[in-house]
Ligand binder design. Structure first.
Ligand SMILES: [Zn+2]
Length: 87
């Protein structure tokens, strides 16, 4: 009976399909040229509860915009728009 071999190929496929599609970058959608450090409401979304900057794999932003974002968050921290740490 052939069903045994069929199940084997199926399990292999499941492993391959587990890879998720990358969600598009928030800034690229809006065609943002730069990330404004004064836009605190927006920057908040890219900062964790503890005040840490979210990594690219979680925030979903592209390399170019993630770099701009980190600079913007760091600037916002210095002028006290965003906290360095929250307890
Ligand atoms: Zn982008």
């Amino acid at each position: 009976m052939p069903p045994k071999t069929k199940t084997k190929t199926k399990t292999k496929r499941v492993v391959k399909d587990r890879r998720q599609k990358r969600k598009p970058c928030n800034f690229c959608i809006e065609r943002a040229i730069d990330v404004n450090y004064k836009d605190v409401v927006r920057l908040r979304k890219f900062v964790s509860e503890r005040g840490k900057i979210l990594p690219r794999r979680i925030s979903g932003s592209c390399a170019k915009h993630q770099r701009m974002l980190t600079v913007a968050v760091k600037r916002a921290r210095i002028i006290a728009f965003l906290p360095f740490v929250t307890e």
